[in-house]
Write a protein that binds this ligand. Structure first.
Ligand SMILES: NC(=O)c1ccc[n+]([C@@H]2O[C@H](COP(=O)([O-])OP(=O)(O)OC[C@H]3O[C@@H](n4cnc5c(N)ncnc54)[C@H](O)[C@@H]3O)[C@@H](O)[C@H]2O)c1
Length: 252
């Protein structure tokens, strides 16, 4: 049986930790050659080494246009193609509309939203050659109203709107590039472990502990990424896929 991503080349931003790391592992397992793109050289290199020949680490600050241009040039020189772009890198900063500073807003928008704009724009010429799939990590924060995450929620909303726009553009231009966003609720990663209040451990709220809980594992989100990256989802374009165990429909 052919692997689901045989002969494909995939770049995963924020690939050194959490969801990105799980996606890198699952994409490689499904036959893809994977670029682990991150600012964390140590963890990214360690993961690429662990996977072996199918993986390569690339230093990439997703908020920098110049860094994107260098990374995509490196991908073209090394692999000669790009089939899948997973815009996963992100940061979380606490702060309501009354608390967040303009600097915090700009930092979050830059790492979470500018990054997706820059990544899609820079990778498009390579993706266009044979077609491909873009998967953007948004959040349920883009869909509901989470009072203490004003900048984060806005950045994730920007990703959802950008995703629909890019999907429409690529379809109209007949590029054979799909673009979808994933909207998780809580995921058991270093990001959520830093965000929970002292004394509260997200590990106590995983769907393993109770299927009705809201915190999933990075592997659950990675499975959705692999599906959207693969040709199995070839008719799925411009969607917002919630990975939240139904928490959103119950009210977040
Ligand atoms: N953890 C959650 O509960 C949760 C919920 C919904 C959505 N998400 C989204 O999922 C994605 C992955 O989150 P995670 O929980 O795995 O986070 P994480 O903090 O575990 O990992 C994020 C990775 O991004 C990298 N990164 C940060 N800034 C970067 C930059 N400027 N350039 C390149 N890489 C950078 C980090 O080095 C790290 O490897 C994010 O977009 C996040 O917003 C997370």
């Amino acid at each position: 049986m052919t692997a689901r991503l045989q002969d494909k080349v995939a770049l995963v931003t924020g690939g050194a930790s959490g969801v990105g790391r799980a996606a890198v592992i699952q994409l490689a397992r499904e036959g893809a050659r994977v670029i682990v793109a991150d600012i964390d050289r140590e963890a990214g290199t360690a993961l690429a080494t662990e996977i072996g020949d199918a993986a390569m680490f690339v230093m990439l600050d997703v908020a920098s246009q110049q860094a994107w241009q260098s990374a995509i040039t490196e991908v073209e020189e090394h692999f000669g193609r790009l089939d899948v772009l997973v815009n996963n890198a992100g940061i979380l900063r606490l702060g309501s509309i009354e608390e967040a500073t303009l600097d915090e807003w700009r930092q979050v928008m830059s790492v979470n939203a500018d990054s997706v704009f820059l990544g899609c724009q820079t990778a498009l010429p390579l993706l266009k050659r044979q077609g491909g799939s873009i998967v953007n990590l948004s959040s349920v924060a883009a869909l509901g109203g989470i009072d203490h995450y004003v900048a984060y929620s806005a950045s994730k909303g920007a990703i959802a709107a950008m995703t629909r726009t890019i999907a429409t553009h690529c379809r109209r231009q007949k590029y054979r590039i799909r673009c979808n966003s994933i909207h998780p609720d809580g995921i058991l990663t270093p990001m959520s472990q830093r965000a929970y209040p002292p004394g509260v451990d997200p590990a106590d709220y995983t769907i393993d502990a109770d299927p009705m809980n809201r915190v999933c594992l990075p592997e659950d989100v990675a499975a959705a990424i692999v599906f959207l990256a693969s040709d199995e989802s070839r008719a799925i374009n411009g969607i917002e896929l919630r990975v939240d165990s139904g928490q959103f429909v119950m009210g977040i």
